[in-house]
Design a protein around this ligand. Structure first.
Ligand code: FPP
Length: 242
C-alpha cells in the first residue's frame, strides 16, 4: 500500500448544510445543527491522525446578509458547541484559536470564545482554528493599513516590506499555510477564504454535503492529497530526470 502523507494543515470550507436539510424537507437550521455535529467528528479525526492545524470556515463576513433567525441560530450553535467541546479539547490536548474580526459577534459568544481560547492556550496537540466573521480581503486590507501606519510612524522602512513582513500582519501570523483545502458540496469557489494563504495548497472538492462529511470522507481526501506531487512552481521531479 502507498504511504499516506498527513497534511500538517487542513482548511475546510464547510458547505451544504442548507441543501442537506432541504433534501429532507427540514428547516435550514437543522442542517447547521447536523453540520455542528460533523465538526466535532472531524476535529477528533484530525487530532487522531496527527494533523497539526485544522481551520474551519464557520462564519464569513458575507454571512451577515442571511436572515436574522439563521444568524441567531448559528451564533447559538457556536456558543453551545464551544461550551460542550471544552472538555474534549482538554482531554485531547487541542488548542483553540479564531481568525476574523470577533468584535462584531454577540458578547456572550465572544466571552465563550475568549474563555476556551485561554483555557486551551497551552495545549500542544492539534490547533483547531475557527474562522468567524472572517473574510480574506478585509484581513489583507487590515494588514496593509497596519503596515502603512508603521511606515508613517517610522517603525519600518517601505523598502523592507516583503512577504514575511506582510504575513506577520495577517490573522494567521503564527499558523503555517494550509497544505490541503477541502470544500464540500461541489462548489468551485474560494469564497473569500484565506486568499493569501492558499497560494500553494492542494484543493479537494467533493460533492458530499457537509453534514455527511465524516471520518471516512476525510480519509478519502487525505489519500487523494497523498497522491499529489507538490511542486511550488518548480519543475516536476520526474521531468528533471527525463
Ligand atoms: C454553509 O452551508 C455553512 C455555513 C455558512 C456555516 C457553517 C456552520 C456549521 C457547520 C455549523 C456551526 C459551526 C460550528 C463550528 C458549531 P450553507 O448554509 O451555505 O449550505 P447551502 O449552500 O446548502 O445552503
Amino acid at each position: 500500500m502507498d504511504k499516506i502523507t498527513i497534511p500538517e494543515h487542513i482548511a475546510i470550507i464547510m458547505d451544504g448544510n442548507g441543501r442537506w436539510a432541504k433534501k429532507r424537507g427540514l428547516p435550514r437550521v437543522k442542517g447547521h445543527y447536523e453540520g455542528a455535529k460533523g465538526v466535532r467528528g472531524i476535529v477528533e479525526s484530525c487530532s487522531d491522525i496527527g494533523v497539526k492545524y485544522l481551520t474551519l470556515y464557520a462564519f464569513s463576513t458575507e454571512n451577515w446578509k442571511r436572515p436574522k433567525a439563521e444568524i441567531w441560530a448559528l451564533m447559538a450553535l457556536l456558543k453551545r458547541f464551544l461550551k460542550a467541546e471544552l472538555k474534549t479539547m482538554m482531554k485531547n490536548d487541542i488548542r483553540f484559536k479564531t481568525i476574523g474580526d470577533i468584535k462584531k459577534l454577540p458578547s456572550d459568544v465572544r466571552a465563550e470564545i475568549k474563555s476556551v481560547t485561554k483555557k486551551t492556550a497551552l495545549n500542544r496537540g492539534l490547533t483547531f482554528i475557527l474562522a468567524l466573521n472572517y473574510g480574506s480581503r478585509p484581513e489583507i486590507v487590515k494588514a496593509a493599513r497596519a503596515i502603512a501606519k508603521e511606515c508613517v510612524e517610522g517603525k519600518i522602512n517601505p523598502s523592507s516590506i516583503d512577504e514575511s513582513v506582510f504575513e506577520k500582519h495577517l490573522d494567521t501570523c503564527d499558523i503555517p499555510d494550509p497544505d490541503l483545502l477541502i470544500r464540500t458540496s461541489g462548489e468551485m469557489r474560494i469564497s473569500n477564504f484565506l486568499l493569501w494563504q492558499l497560494s500553494y495548497s492542494e484543493f479537494y472538492i467533493t460533492d458530499v454535503l457537509w453534514p455527511d462529511f465524516d471520518k471516512k470522507e476525510l480519509k478519502k481526501a487525505v489519500r487523494e492529497y497523498s497522491k499529489r506531487e507538490r511542486r511550488f512552481g518548480e519543475t516536476r521531479k520526474k521531468a528533471v530526470k527525463e
